[in-house]
Design a protein around this ligand. Structure first.
Ligand code: MSP
Length: 511
């Protein structure tokens, strides 16, 4: 299957930023590992809204399959009851972190089930699905078959390399998707670059194809084993394999088969965010399914590394999770938790978390640098100038630094490097704090020219941090009297005066 899609060219995606997270298995509440992806995606969504793009942000839950079927059985409820409850739990957690999704999609939503049925029907009619016997080692936690070389061997038995649990041997007559047909297409699209970001992950997939080749994959499960799923339209003794079902959520969310206009508009600007554990599914399988359906590949697939704790990937089965509610409590609300996540975020390397590391970012940056400057300048303006600070020109050192910071911030955000974006802003704020110490405005009388430049600095810093700490941004802009607008289109020194209502204490220190 090669030769471009009929759809190409129609999908411009100009000014549209469609962003997705993986849809999570709702077998248990989300933890810091899931929040890592979701907060990052939310920061990008808010950033793109800030700079005037039309944003659509999709997240949700992956509700079918053996894993959920078994959990519900253990709990003694029907899978539907179970996932209904857990979808609610997910929403509560995302509310706790101020996640600004536009749709929470569930694979049990009727519009999604329709898309899945229609998509597999199309693939079947194209001869891309056939029946054959399948056998292999399966991890229910991953909902994935492992081949030799991929799994670990413990005591002579195959183990899941991620969950460190024994694999189950499955042998069944099933339906296959002709993934092997897409080898040339995948090699081309992955080696051209530009979609998978960072590119090292594209090379990783290419390496795997070189080593193992591309084998056809099971696309269905016998109903007697996995009944909790969407039946194949031409053979109701089978349900659609949970990964095929799940991946299609991204097109459902954009309006595929329900609103073609909308779909064309959003799909051209689609950015998927995933952890590296599900890279293969989102490249080899997803790109091929899209090609088979004559839909162009995503604009970007942004892949990040893991949060690890005590040396292991954070996860329920490793027993090393950090709970979201604990983070929100420790860092005094959503902003603090969001900040430390965006601050440690890493596309390339796994990050080991500890209270010491997270506390130090929170205390030294958010509390001592940002919060401190806002409070100091607010107090000075109230006390010395009765809260009215006129534009008396910008101090040239700070003016230059603000301009450079906006540039550095933009570059970092273009590369999805939230920590770099944050450190650029913190540098600016540190310089402003040093400027206060040096000029000692508390010893001066009206007009105290320094204050205007300091307020401009706070304004730009607050705008740039607003996708990360939206509550503090709202509070600061209200208290100091400015609006949060596109930083690339706001004129530096353009505000006539600041009218200060209060000098807020934004963040509480962790002792
Ligand atoms: N349901 C599938 C995804 C289907 S998408 C079409 C799934 N769900 S999951 O609940 O297991 O979530 C996996 C994702 O959660 C990872 O890809 C990553 O985004 C996030 N993380 C979970 N634990 C993580 C870490 N310890 N570190 C970083 N991210 C991790 O797979």
């Amino acid at each position: 299957m090669d030769g471009g899609s009929v759809y190409l060219g129609v999908f411009s995606g100009m000014g549209v930023f469609y962003i997705t997270t993986p849809i999570y298995y709702p077998n248990a509440p989300p933890h810091l590992g899931h929040a890592y992806t979701t907060v990052f995606a939310d920061v990008l969504a808010r950033y793109h809204r800030l700079i005037g793009d039309e944003v659509f942000f999709l997240t949700g839950t992956d509700e079918h399959g053996l894993k959920l079927q078994r959990v519900a059985e253990r709990e003694g409820v029907s899978p539907k009851e179970f996932v209904d409850r857990m979808a609610g739990v997910y929403r509560e957690y995302w509310a706790m972190l101020d996640i600004s999704y536009d749709r929470f999609i569930r694979t049990t939503d009727p519009d999604h089930e329709r898309v899945v049925v229609e998509a597999v029907r199309r693939l079947y009619e194209k001869g891309l699905i056939y029946k054959a016997k399948y056998s292999g080692w399966y991890c229910v936690d991953c909902e994935k078959f492992y081949s030799e070389g991929e799994y670990e061997v413990v005591g002579g038995k195959p183990y899941c390399p991620i969950h460190r649990k024994p694999l189950e041997f499955l042998e069944e007559e099933t339906y296959y998707f002709r993934l092997s047909v897409f080898e040339d297409f995948l090699r081309r699209i992955l080696s051209e670059g530009g979609i998978v970001y960072p590119d090292q992950y594209a090379r990783e997939v290419l390496g795997k194809i070189d080593k193992e080749g591309l084998r056809d994959v099971s696309i269905a499960r016998p109903r007697e084993r996995v009944w909790w799923g969407i039946p194949l339209p031409w053979d109701r003794d089978y349900t659609v394999y949970v990964w095929f079902d799940a991946l299609l959520n991204y097109v459902t969310g954009a309006g595929y088969l329900s609103d073609e206009e909308r779909f064309k508009k959003y799909w051209g600007g689609v950015h998927h965010v995933i952890g590296k554990d599900i890279l293969w599914f989102h490249t080899a399988i997803w790109f091929s399914v899209l090609e088979a359906l004559e839909i162009p590949p995503p604009k970007k697939l942004i892949v990040h590394a893991f949060v690890i704790n005590r040396g292991l990937k954070m996860g329920k089965s490793a027993g090393n999770i950090v709970r979201i509610e604990d983070l929100v409590e420790r860092y005094h609300g959503s902003d603090g938790a969001r900040y430390i996540i965006a601050r440690i975020f890493n596309l390339y390397r796994d990050v080991e978390v500890s209270n010491e590391l997270l506390d130090s970012f929170y205390n030294s940056e958010l509390v001592d640098t940002y919060g401190n400057l806002v409070r100091r300048v607010g107090v000075l303006a109230k006390k010395k100038l009765n809260g009215i600070v006129e534009n008396r020109g910008l101090e040239s050192g700070l003016e230059k630094k603000i301009t450079e910071t906006i540039e550095a911030y933009r570059e970092a955000m273009d590369k999805y490097e939230t920590p770099q974006a944050i450190t650029a802003v913190m540098d600016l704020l540190r310089e402003a704090n040093a400027y206060v110490n040096k000029t000692r405005p508390w010893e001066k009388q009206e007009p105290i020219e320094e204050l205007y430049s300091l307020l401009e600095t706070i304004k730009y810093a607050t705008i740039m941090l607003s996708p990360i700490t939206p509550r503090a941004a709202g509070r600061t802009s209200q208290a100091l009297g400015f609006t949060i607008t596109n930083p690339y289109e706001t004129r530096l020194g353009g505000q006539e005066k600041y009218i200060i209502r209060e000098a807020p204490i934004l963040f509480k220190k962790i002792k």
